[in-house]
Design a protein around this ligand. Structure first.
Ligand SMILES: Nc1ncnc2c1ncn2[C@@H]1O[C@H](COP(=O)(O)OP(=O)(O)OP(=O)(O)O)[C@@H](O)[C@H]1O
Ligand SMILES: [Mg+2]
Length: 457
């Protein structure tokens, strides 16, 4: 059937205006609702009159897709069968799709990629929460509008047909470049198949080719099933090394080894994308020097205490013992070592100490260092920004979410723009913790992701 013959014709209450593109299952037209005048995209599935259960499944899935209400999921207006064709009417997205974008612009910068895919991740998670798996996440199904607003399309529309039909016969409908191993093997799929596909898309965006791209379909399928993901350090050495393990986990052969949500995957990819801070050797030397002095001082005090307290076997005079009682009782506040280090007036050294303690998960000990670093560092300096973040971050991990918020917000204004997304995520976490009273500690401890922003260059 010629595509052109449909132009200006009417179908299911829509006037067909022009073709927008053609996929594996049909053609998508720009259309207009005749009565409402509303623009729409009308997808016609050609050669779809297969067994009745295919049609039923298609209609059922379309209904489910239409019930999804998310800013990054293309709204479905209607679906049905007319003139022997299955159709789906959806919102028309002005712009392009990611596949076309990759063809015209080549690979994309990591930050732009994460901006686009972050929206798609949240759309997918919302759908997963409703029990719907996309199963066909790929660049052609990611529509990119003005200002990189991204929309996921074809939710639960075509692949059920494909899964029940053509794929079973061995020839995939559309592309197989993003297909999870369990999907290839015909096993049950869940949200983690979409995590895998999203990781393939991310890889393709930043490298330029899909991770398991090969010269034949069989080779691609085999690579999904058996080949290790290609080394990012080889394929794109300019990308942050920390991205490699994040991608590798998302591309695990077994869904059990992958991230369980798309948001988690993208959040960790974002954290990995933040340039690693360079640790100043001079500052480290000062910090370690102070630590060593403090340790020696502590040891000297301990020996003196031991001797005075009879550790040497000699009896101590009574008045000294009285003094000893005072010395030996630990005063309230930071330990002696910390008190010594806290005497430093150098904001950077203090922030280094806070950073080291945060990295070790010692949030309560880190707090006084971060607070003093914040006070001692000059206004508007990066050190002050990092220290302010450290105060908020330590408070957040101590469960004092309400107290953490003002510091995190303030650090947002001082820290470099590339850290903003990450800080914003912590602000969101603090807010939801304040509202829901949920503890955030395990999340941060396990990811250990805060450290990148904790220390300036
Ligand atoms: N809602 C929409 N608004 C604007 N353009 C759209 C819309 N939906 C699809 N398109 C355009 O139509 C093209 C074809 O879409 P289609 O879904 O048929 O192809 P595909 O995704 O490549 O293949 P598949 O059949 O596997 O989904 C898309 O790549 C996109 O450019
Ligand atoms: Mg599509």
């Amino acid at each position: 059937m010629s595509v052109d013959r449909r132009i200006d014709s009417e179908l299911a209450g829509y006037r067909i205006v022009e073709p927008l593109g053609r996929g594996g299952m049909g053609v998508v037209y720009r259309a207009e609702h005749v009565r409402l005048g509303r623009p729409a995209a009308l997808k016609l599935l050609v050669a779809t009159l297969g067994p009745a259960d295919h049609r039923e499944r298609f209609l059922r899935e379309s209904k489910l897709a239409a019930s999804l209400d998310h800013p990054s999921i293309v709204p479905v207006y209607d679906a049905g069968e007319e003139d022997g064709l299955l159709y789906i009417a959806m919102a028309y997205v002005e712009g392009s799709d990611l596949k076309t974008l990759l063809v015209s612009e080549g690979k994309l910068p990591l930050r732009r990629t994460l901006r686009i895919l972050g929206q798609i991740a949240s759309a997918l998670d919302a759908a997963h929460a409703r029990g719907l798996v996309h199963r066909d996440v790929k660049p052609a199904n990611i529509l990119v509008g003005p200002d990189d607003r991204a929309y996921l399309s074809d939710f639960g529309v075509v692949k059920e047909l494909a899964a029940a039909g053509t794929t079973r016969t061995g020839s995939f409908v559309g592309t197989i470049e993003y297909c999870a191993p369990e999907q290839i093997e015909g096993k049950d799929v869940d949200a983690r198949a979409d995590v895998y596909a999203l990781a393939c898309v991310l890889y393709e965006c930043v490298v330029g080719t899909a991770p398991f791209h090969r010269s034949s379909d069989v080779a691609v399928l085999n690579a999904h099933l058996h080949a290790a993901p290609p080394k990012l350090s080889k394929a794109a050495p300019d990308l942050p090394a920390a991205l490699e393990p994040v991608l590798a986990k998302a591309l695990s052969k077994s869904p059990l080894d992958r991230y369980s949500t798309c948001d988690e995957f993208i959040a960790l990819a974002r954290a990995a994308a933040v340039p690693e801070p360079r640790v100043s050797r001079a500052r480290l030397a000062i910090s370690f020097g102070l630590l060593a002095v403090a340790a020696l001082a502590g040891a000297a005090i301990a020996i003196a205490v031991d001797r005075l307290g009879g550790g040497s076997g000699k009896a101590a005079p009574a008045p000294l013992l009285t003094t000893l009682t005072v010395v030996a009782t630990p005063p309230a506040g930071p330990p002696p070592l910390d008190r010594l280090l806290l005497k430093s007036k150098d904001g950077r050294t203090l922030n280094d100490a806070a950073f080291a303690l945060i990295t070790a998960g010692e949030y309560a000990r880190a707090l006084p260092f971060a607070r003093k670093a914040m006070r001692d560092a000059k206004r508007g300096t990066l050190t002050r920004g990092y220290a302010t973040f450290n105060v908020g971050y330590a408070l957040l991990n101590l469960g004092k979410c309400g107290d953490a918020l003002p510091f995190l917000r303030r650090s947002l204004k001082i820290q470099p723009p590339e850290n903003r997304v990450y800080i914003q995520e912590r602000i969101t976490a603090a807010k939801s913790c304040v509202q829901g009273g949920a503890s955030v500690q395990p999340q941060f401890r396990s990811s250990g992701a805060g450290s990148d922003l904790s220390q300036g260059p």
